[in-house]
Design a protein around this ligand. Structure first.
Ligand SMILES: NC(=O)c1ccc[n+]([C@@H]2O[C@H](COP(=O)([O-])OP(=O)(O)OC[C@H]3O[C@@H](n4cnc5c(N)ncnc54)[C@H](O)[C@@H]3O)[C@@H](O)[C@H]2O)c1
Length: 345
């Protein structure tokens, strides 16, 4: 049953007050699968952005996308692109070691940068980049698209407006089928954290909206090559978070379940279907449902378009973007506290 207080709020993209201004000239860096399938199409759908340069050391890869979308300025390195002065901001999706180098180069050049997750390999490297960005006063953005997915924004909005009370327990189940081997020259455990676990940890911290007090975790390396971590987080505001993430699922499966102080349960399944049971004033068995609009099937629903629109606004206005590099620090601190996995007997 659709109910007005839940159904009315198809989460809106942040509106741009700058649509009459020139589009932000974007240099797209690293045009592998993520850029080709998500970032480039999302940018092409924005009237506030124009891809004016493409950089990738792989000539075939960069020419393939640049030819397809008609971008004449092509570079084999970020340094070469930055030297040309044809862009206002950088959007990058590369291996994390390259992310560290690209962020550093953009900050040295005074250019805002949007970097896909993970922004860095280690907490130490991220700390240094945060310091450099803060000193330079340059906007930075990390591509944590789950935060910007329309149904997640709706859930966060319902928790923030207090209609259902405050979050007592937040449970996130993030089950993936990969990675089964190390990525980016890293071990399997680091790859699992940086490719998968970073998403639910960041979501848990975002929805709890409070500093973490304590983390207790158990992790396993299964005999079939799968990895699993189960964590319990206590937050300063009294919220309890639980997280289960694994690479042992046949296909991607995601669920967020929030139990609130009024006894309501807000459940988001598959980052798409939001249901609320036990809402104050509702009949005992009544379930309220919220779905993204049928018109909202693409990059807005998955968060890619919203985050890139937000980044373009940050470039135009010099204002902040969430999450910035600094916003990822608590996420990295939690990942550092997830126990090194024990091998399953
Ligand atoms: N937000 C999400 O849900 C999501 C999903 C998939 C991937 N990603 C992230 O996107 C990034 C890229 O993933 P992918 O699947 O496209 O990988 P990919 O291997 O398909 O593409 C990476 C590209 O980066 C290029 N590259 C490497 N070093 C470079 C450098 N120094 N300068 C410029 N280009 C360089 C490579 O040549 C390659 O074309 C990863 O960090 C990954 O974690 C995020």
């Amino acid at each position: 049953m659709a109910h007005s207080d839940v159904a009315a709020g198809t989460a809106q993209l942040p509106t741009s007050p700058h649509s009459v201004r020139q589009p932000v000239r974007i240099g797209l860096v690293g045009v592998g699968q993520q850029s080709r399938e998500h970032l480039a199409p999302a940018l092409l759908g924005l009237d506030t952005a124009r891809i004016t340069a493409i950089t990738d050391p792989d000539r075939h890869t960069r020419n393939r996308l640049a030819d397809r979308i008609g971008v004449p300025a092509r570079f084999d390195s970020v340094e070469a692109m930055l030297a040309e002065g044809v862009i206002d901001g950088v959007v990058a999706a590369c291996p994390p070691q390259a992310h560290e180098m690209i962020i550093d180069a953009c900050l040295s050049a005074g250019l805002p940068v949007f970097i896909e997750k993970p922004p860095a390999v280690t907490t130490d490297a991220l700390t240094q980049l945060v310091k450099k960005a803060t000193d330079a006063g340059i906007p930075t953005a990390v591509g944590m698209n789950f935060r910007w997915a329309a149904p997640v924004m709706r859930l966060a909005e319902l928790l923030a407006n207090g209609r259902y009370g405050t979050a007592s327990v937040i449970e996130i189940r993030h089950m993936a089928g990969k990675p089964r081997t190390g990525l980016w020259g890293l071990g399997l455990w680091e790859s699992f954290l940086l490719a998968q676990v970073i998403h639910p940890v960041d979501l848990l911290l975002t929805l709890a909206a409070s500093p973490v007090q304590q983390v207790r975790a158990t992790s396993r390396l299964a005999t079939d090559g799968g990895v699993l971590t189960s964590a319990h987080l206590d937050f300063d505001n009294g919220t309890v978070g639980t997280l289960l993430a694994s690479t042992q699922a046949p296909r991607f499966e995601h669920r967020i379940e929030v139990t609130t102080s009024t006894g309501a349960t807000l459940r988001l399944t598959g980052l798409a279907d939001l249901t609320i049971t036990g809402a104050p004033g509702a009949a005992r068995d009544e379930t309220r449902r919220w779905h993204p609009s049928p018109m909202d099937a693409g990059f807005h629903r998955t968060g890619f378009q919203g985050e890139l629109l937000g980044f373009c606004d940050a470039v135009t206005t010099g204002s902040g973007f969430r999450p910035s590099l600094a916003d990822l620090m608590p996420t990295y601190h939690v990942m550092d506290q997830l126990a090194t996995p024990r091998r399953q007997q």
